[in-house]
Design a protein around this ligand. Sequence first.
Ligand SMILES: Nc1ncnc2c1ncn2[C@@H]1O[C@H](COP(=O)(O)OP(=O)(O)O)[C@@H](O)[C@H]1O
Ligand SMILES: [Mg+2]
Length: 631
Amino acid sequence: MDIINKIQGYREEQEELRWEGTFADYLEILRERPEVAQTAHSRIYNMIKDAGVVEEGDRKRYLFFEDQIFGLEESVERLVEEYFHSAAKRLDVKKRILLLMGPVSGGKSTIVTMLKRGLEKYSRTDQGAVYAIKGCPMHEDPLHLIPQHMRKDFYNEFGIRVEGNLSPLNLMRLEKEYGGRIEDVMVERIFLSEDRRVGVGTFSPSDPKSQDIADLTGSIDFSTIAEYGSESDPRAYRFDGELNKANRGLMEFQEMLKCDEKFLWHLLSLTQEGNFKAGRFALISADEMIVAHTNEAEYKSFISNKKNEALHSRIIVMPIPYNLKISEEERIYKKMIEESDISHVHIAPHALKIAATFTVLTRIKESQKNDVDVLKKLKLYDGQNVEGFNNQDVVELKNEFADEGMGGIDPRYVINRISSAIIRKELTSINALDVLRSIKDGLDQHASISNEDRERYLNYISISRKEYDEMAKKEVQKAFVYSYEESAKTLMDNYLDNVEAYCNKNKLRDPLTGEEMNPDEKLMRSIEEQIGISENAKKAFREEILIRISAYARKGKKFDYQSHDRLREAIQKKLFADLKDVVKITTSTKTPDEGQLKKINEVIARLIDEHGYNSTSANDLLRYVGSLLNR
Ligand SMILES: Nc1ncnc2c1ncn2[C@@H]1O[C@H](COP(=O)(O)OP(=O)(O)O)[C@@H](O)[C@H]1O
Ligand SMILES: [Mg+2]
């Protein structure tokens, strides 16, 4: 049994990783690998960096986030550089709370969860190893044992700066258990784990009246006061608040801005001084990153409240907007569907892409630039080629609005609508039209959408629907051509031979008879007319193509029918125009004859084998395209 082997393997590995020794032994480790003593912030940054960084021009892509966070490269880069990286360098940033701000279901919790799970794994690697005073409920940093007045010497010898004071509990243990002999204090390697409450914690506020600050900073254990004689004996205190337990790692503070003030004050001291107050003790030093998340409205109301001013400056806000790329949105849906209970349902090609088209439309703002309609903007954002635009235009579009992506439809809504359509109708196969319909029906039930937005969204649904119509027609037409690529290539080669002869005022030779012929004007025009090139413009168009071909040749690149956007479109349209009647008649006839039936079966087989349909969705598609062509 594989799984049993794995479980055993894990246990053995765990045994191997285990380490304990005296403080003196620990110093030997530090002498060889001083990075072991890094702060929590630095460890988190290194974890992200060690997962890999890809530099693309002046941009950096952090692979750590790549298998779960899609389309947020720019926000992630900013987050890593401006927070994690600076915090790792012990800058003031480290002392601030990281607040991820963005719209609902935009990936904030996912980012935090990845950091937590990442840390758990990372602490099991050599680079991410963490050591702590053995038996300490807060897994305190062993270096706190070094008295303040010796820290300079320690720095000179080891090159490591020590921050933070020994906690009251360990101070007492040092005296009582070790007779003050620091070098004998036992140290162990720890493995961060949220389940075991080691170095990873979550605090979520409940009812402020009943919630106790103890949840955050621990509490007195009244049952042991008698034993230790006093409330201020640290042994009578349970250091089991989230802040205690998350020491050396990360604490997620959920709904921080909704939290009662008294909780926030603890954070203030923690972020200013790196310590917090628990019970009647001296301050407790903490080495942990605090991450919170919120939405824009909540954040605005928080900063507008004067009472929060002090805390305000202790927070670093990082925007996490919605993804604005259709193809990445599609990946988000695929991931969410895989994780859901509808993963067995067949989703027809284009269904998710069309849903994503709608969703991203609701998130972007319409450009003021003349020639950029919303669909063009969407394609440019998605990295697609749009005739007449270049990268600089994309940058300008992005700079046109500062806070794009902070509103609109969230991915969870789309997934819910897809599931609800599937469950309600007991579907085993769902297509783009089903999805759009379900999204539309849901808009009425969506509580937080204003009437104005609803109007706008309905318009986006119809734009998306038109996009789908085009895709559907293309797909069927392609499937009708025996070999689409080959036909396109033949037609283009033929066109180019003629264009060349035309521009150079040459004759062509008939390949069969060897006869000389004039360039075939009729053929060239029948292609050019597909994209609206007039009689007057044809010469310029043909010459431009020849120039493009020779530019390709100079660079040693092969010019094919994909190399020129407009030519490709013309060729495609020409092929489809020739087919149109066949497609139209074949797909819409109620009583196909033998030949038509054969063709339909062929097309369906091709849709299934080559384009990812199943028989239901392929038949749906044919019927739909038939009705479109007959309009
Ligand atoms: N940019 C994104 N990349 C990958 N998944 C995303 C993205 N945005 C949202 N999701 C998915 O949407 C769902 C909700 O995200 P979540 O992290 O809970 O959002 P938030 O905490 O911002 O409300 C999750 O399943 C998440 O994986
Ligand atoms: Mg969340």
